[in-house]
Design a protein around this ligand. Sequence first.
Ligand code: MN
Length: 191
Amino acid sequence: MNIELIKLPYTTVDLSPVIGQQTVECHHGKHLQAYVNNLNNLIAGTKFEHLPLETIVKESTGAVFNNAGQVLNHDLYFTQFSPNGGGKPSGKLSLAIDASFGSFDEFRGTFESAGVALFGSGWVWLASDERGALSITREPNAGNPVTSGLKPLLGFDVWEHAYYLDYRNRRADHLKSLWQIVDWKAVEARY
Ligand code: MN
């Protein structure tokens, strides 16, 4: 089995009330587990079987891409939060955010708006190019900026399964509250 379910770097209650225990349990233990299982079944005996996850995402289409993309997306998602998160980025990422978006607060507002405006299911990402220039990308469904040659730094999941138990239809409220648990040290390490 090539692809494994990522271990959470916190317990399922730790992100509450921003993300409640039931949501973490279902999102990680059911949704992500299903993407992992589907992907392993789909790639068994194919050219993808022993490739790294990111390579599968870049080189696949259809069902393999959908499941590989969602595994990569959720691996990044679940490892960017901490019960001790929040605050602001520091160092070169902070400087790059100020240079690209004016200020951290302006970045945050633009990022939230991108997530709110995404129709249907998908992701909003902060991504960097190889020179370190930042951009906010909106990706439908299983999309990830790696398919555009960009490095994903921070991703908010706007599929309803990410917030419906805690926020019902209030996607904007969910996105606004997620900043409280962003582990900027983990995000900076990706930059
Ligand atoms: Mn999800």
